[in-house]
Design a protein around this ligand. Structure first.
Ligand code: SF4
Length: 112
């Protein structure tokens, strides 16, 4: 019997039932950002883009482009603009369509 298996039995450690059942440890996972739209102005968007080390954020006029596939959930954008960014809590982001991971987020005050 492999040692790691015997150790797991002795400690009572089991694998989780995810995805059939929620995994409690997921609450502590770093997750990509979610944006508070009312606080997402052009200057804030520019600050977020400058803070992102992976190029996951860029601004095109009055739209923030968020490439979820490039985001490593490092949290630097939330540190740069906590009034506009919170952790999304979402980690089930896989897609077979790369374009589904590109989010276009309108900035506050756009079109005025
Ligand atoms: S969490 Fe990190 S990688 Fe993801 S968008 Fe924010 S700064 Fe970029």
């Amino acid at each position: 019997m492999p040692l790691w298996f015997a150790r797991g039995l002795r400690r009572g450690i089991v694998t989780t039932r995810y995805p059939a059942r929620p995994d409690g440890s997921s609450a502590s996972l770093p997750t990509p950002p979610a944006f508070r739209l009312a606080a997402l102005t052009r200057p804030v968007a520019d600050r977020l883009c400058a803070a992102c080390p992976n190029g996951a954020l860029r601004r095109e006029n009055d739209v923030l482009i968020f490439d979820v596939g490039a985001c490593t959930a490092c949290g630097r954008c939330a540190d740069a603009a906590p009034e506009a960014v919170v952790p999304s809590g979402q980690f089930e982001l896989a897609s077979t369509d790369r374009s589904a991971l590109i989010k276009r987020i309108p900035l506050a005050g756009a079109g005025r």
